[in-house]
Design a protein around this ligand. Sequence first.
Ligand SMILES: Cc1cc2nc3c(=O)[nH]c(=O)nc-3n(C[C@H](O)[C@H](O)[C@H](O)COP(=O)(O)OP(=O)(O)OC[C@H]3O[C@@H](n4cnc5c(N)ncnc54)[C@H](O)[C@@H]3O)c2cc1C
Length: 398
Amino acid sequence: MTEHEVVVVGGGCVGVSTARHLADRGVDVAVVEKEYAVAQHQSGRNSGVLHPGFNYEPGTLKARFAVEGTRRTKEYCDDRGVPLDECGVLVVAQNEEERKRLDALKQQADENGTEARIVDADFVEEREPHASGVAALYAPEAASVDSRKYVNALAADAERAGATFYLGHEVRDASRDGDGWRVETTKGSFDADYVVNAAGLYADVLARKMDAGTRHRVVPFRGEYYELTPDAADLCETMIYPTPDPELPFLGVHYTRRTDGKVIVGPNAVLAFGREAYSNRQFSLRELAGTLSYGGFWRLVSSRKMAGVAWDELNKSYRKSRFVSAAQRLVPEASGDDFVRSYAGVRAQLVSPDGELVKQPLVEHDDSATHVLNAVSPGLTCSLPFGEHLADRTVERL
Ligand SMILES: Cc1cc2nc3c(=O)[nH]c(=O)nc-3n(C[C@H](O)[C@H](O)[C@H](O)COP(=O)(O)OP(=O)(O)OC[C@H]3O[C@@H](n4cnc5c(N)ncnc54)[C@H](O)[C@@H]3O)c2cc1C
């Protein structure tokens, strides 16, 4: 039996950041992670973009954390030598209707205190000669970061501050033991006064095992990427995004130049047949049955709009030509041969029993546990202030 004051379950950016902030406050904290390295799931399989906050409703925790997280993560990466490209983003409008939506984004950016301006087609052409757009929102604070190296740097800091990492330990169960918890893993048990559940795609499962009473469920949505071939990589210099549809939860296929020079295109958003199913050929019957037996999932997809979106996204997954068409809307010169399949990530999207996609971070606390049920995108961007916030709430309860 190993004892720690706090056990954090999950070595993604949220768990590791929380552990680092707890260790900085002198708390005896352990991170228990089922993989043999940190950042193997959402935190290492994303677009690696620091989203500076123009796309989030003013006054929300997400908006605050995105603005603060972008600035702090840049400073942190500079300081620790984590690859970072402060390239800014262009959100392009293809027609007058989209152009009007840019005004709303600009207004949000102003209210959130992040820099953004509306630019004309000449500006777009100068910055991104191959992009198409009648106008754009230019947000210079957006940046591209190597997310795995970032989380590894945070983990090294946490260890230096006294945190212990138990990799390759999968938490099977956690039950009350006096005022604290007994956490059972595949490699032995832990006693803890407090548990922080930052298990990402499995956070709702662990919360139910710990009797947290949540009725929401994670529905896994896979995001698949293509990448531009080296010959075509100069079709995108920085980052080119479509104007977001305010009614849809995902940003839509976009171009991101990563810190290693590759240009990734995506992600789409398609139901994954398992929480860690990274291709259409991978599935978990038990997890798929869990999704299909959840009333919230059927309420979500039964709306006409969502059913249409789901069909469209499925097509982008199975038919390259559909994916390429979405990408060509932003860069018309790109041809099918310029795109090759790349990696995929799975989003832990929390869905309420009445079929709503939960868009804000959702955290539930009781006297000896915190459950991070929805570390929704841009969770990577938010991870420094979010982890600090979770550490502060934990210390208050210890
Ligand atoms: C395709 C995609 C693109 C994205 N793009 C961006 C972006 O550009 N910018 C941005 O800011 N955000 C982005 N996000 C969102 C961001 O990646 C997530 O919000 C963030 O990584 C969530 O971190 P996490 O620590 O909560 O989860 P995770 O990184 O999934 O970590 C959870 C950890 O818990 C572990 N775990 C689970 N169950 C157990 C168990 N029983 N025992 C022990 N360990 C367990 C897992 O192995 C995992 O390591 C994207 C997400 C996806 C999927």
